[in-house]
Design a protein around this ligand. Structure first.
Ligand code: PHB
Length: 393
């Protein structure tokens, strides 16, 4: 009897050890090099910060990030990396991805292998329709550019649009144009610039010659945002009285110090600003600085990844570390948080896309530093407007 009991205890101990040693592998694909290769580390740091803060919710389950560099907008590379992570490394989840073309290329792999894929940035509306195993914790360009167009129609008679020539740029152009025109504004010109190495001075000259009241720009954040800002000012568009507006990608928080005072007064619409005064955001920014340095600031890429980690932790917690792909997707679809740094958010169970507020912001100086100061909530609990419009068709 004694011996049996001891054996049982030993067996329990072994299984407890096995449970605690359980590991969830996340195939984490993002950009560490190439165009805007500085954005990948924001994503990774945000995931690691969330996991560290919430380790006690994991019930001893370990989370391993298998980080891979897709080298910027490079769908072939992203597809190949995803394939390897799924087939060879047998990851439980895919996550990350800055760029739309990469997310699109990974969709069939998520579907075929039934590996849930948490999109932490890529923002073209159509992406999440490409696989039932995708969920998005970031944004769509329709969410920011549509309310921006509505707002702009009340302020300006004419606008010009200048966007990077790929999925999110096309979405931003269409969403803004539709809302601006519906509100009585007139689009006097629309141009699409190559994603890589465009001649910004030439585009700015064209816009200047057209003399619009406002210029709406979308570029994929990062260093490209600073290049746009510099050319806008060097070509004298600000002095010509043209107002620069756009989704928040053009005034991404971490680039503001590199932009300098030319960014002052730029108006954007976005779901996240590091200067947001919600308590959850203040805590997030403070934790970020504590972890990564006082001069470091999180940005919208970081917040998409932070909430992406939150949704993953919830799936692990509810399933006690044994992830079933379909159950995981069900958990994702029901997920909500009252306390994201960006405000209350949820996943729309029908589309697996994020539902969130959109804020009107202006670049101002706060304590001597440039900041995206939130002025007003333009939309509350906004679903992706593109999908809402598709439903009405
Ligand atoms: C995208 O490729 O979907 C993308 C990239 C950078 C952004 C926004 C969207 O700032």
């Amino acid at each position: 009897m004694r011996i049996e009991k001891a054996a049982l205890a030993a067996a329990l101990l072994v299984s407890a050890f096995a449970a605690s040693a359980q590991t969830i592998k996340i195939g984490f694909i993002t950009s560490y090099s190439g165009l805007n290769g500085n954005l990948g580390p924001y994503m990774e740091r945000a995931v690691r910060l969330y996991l560290k803060q919430h380790e006690n919710e994991l019930g001893g389950v370990k989370v391993e990030l298998l980080t891979r560099d897709d080298t910027g907008p490079n769908p072939d590379k992203a597809r190949q990396l995803a394939q390897e992570l799924v087939v060879r490394d047998k990851v439980n989840l895919l996550a990350g991805v800055i760029f739309t073309p990469n997310a699109m290329a990974m969709a069939p792999i998520a579907s075929e292998a039934k590996v849930p894929f948490v999109i932490m940035n890529a923002g073209t509306a159509v992406i999440t329709t490409r696989s039932p195993y995708m969920v998005r914790t970031s944004f769509t360009l329709w969410q920011s550019s549509y309310p921006l167009g509505e707002w702009a129609a009340k302020k300006f008679k004419t606008a010009y649009t200048l966007v990077s020539d790929f999925g999110p740029g096309h979405d931003s152009e269409e969403a803004f144009g539709k809302a601006f025109s519906a509100g009585g504004g007139k689009i006097v010109g629309s141009v699409r610039a190559p994603l890589q190495n465009p001649d910004w001075a030439a585009y700015m000259q064209r816009v200047k010659d057209a003399k619009p009241d406002a210029l709406m720009v979308f570029i994929p954040a990062g260093k490209t945002a600073t290049a746009v800002m510099k050319n806008f000012s060097e070509l004298g568009l600000d002095k010509a009285g043209i107002k620069l507006i756009g989704p928040g990608d053009i005034t991404t928080d971490e680039e503001l110090p590199n932009m300098g005072d030319v960014a002052l007064g730029v108006i954007t619409v976005h779901h996240y600003s590091a200067a947001g005064d919600r308590p959850a955001n203040k805590e997030f920014v403070a934790a970020w600085k504590k972890e990564y340095g006082q001069n470091e600031t999180p940005n919208f890429v970081a917040v998409g990844a932070y909430d992406g980690a939150a949704i993953i932790v919830e799936a692990i917690r509810q399933q006690k570390g044994k992830l079933d792909p379909d159950k995981t997707m069900e958990i994702f679809k029901q997920w909500k948080s009252a306390n994201s740094p960006r405000g209350p958010i949820s996943i729309d169970p029908e589309t697996r896309d994020i539902v969130q507020n959109e804020y009107l912001r202006e670049v101002r100086k706060v304590n001597g530093q440039l900041a995206n100061v939130e002025l007003e909530t333009l939309a509350t609990a906004l679903k992706d407007p593109w999908k809402e419009l598709q439903k009405k068709k």
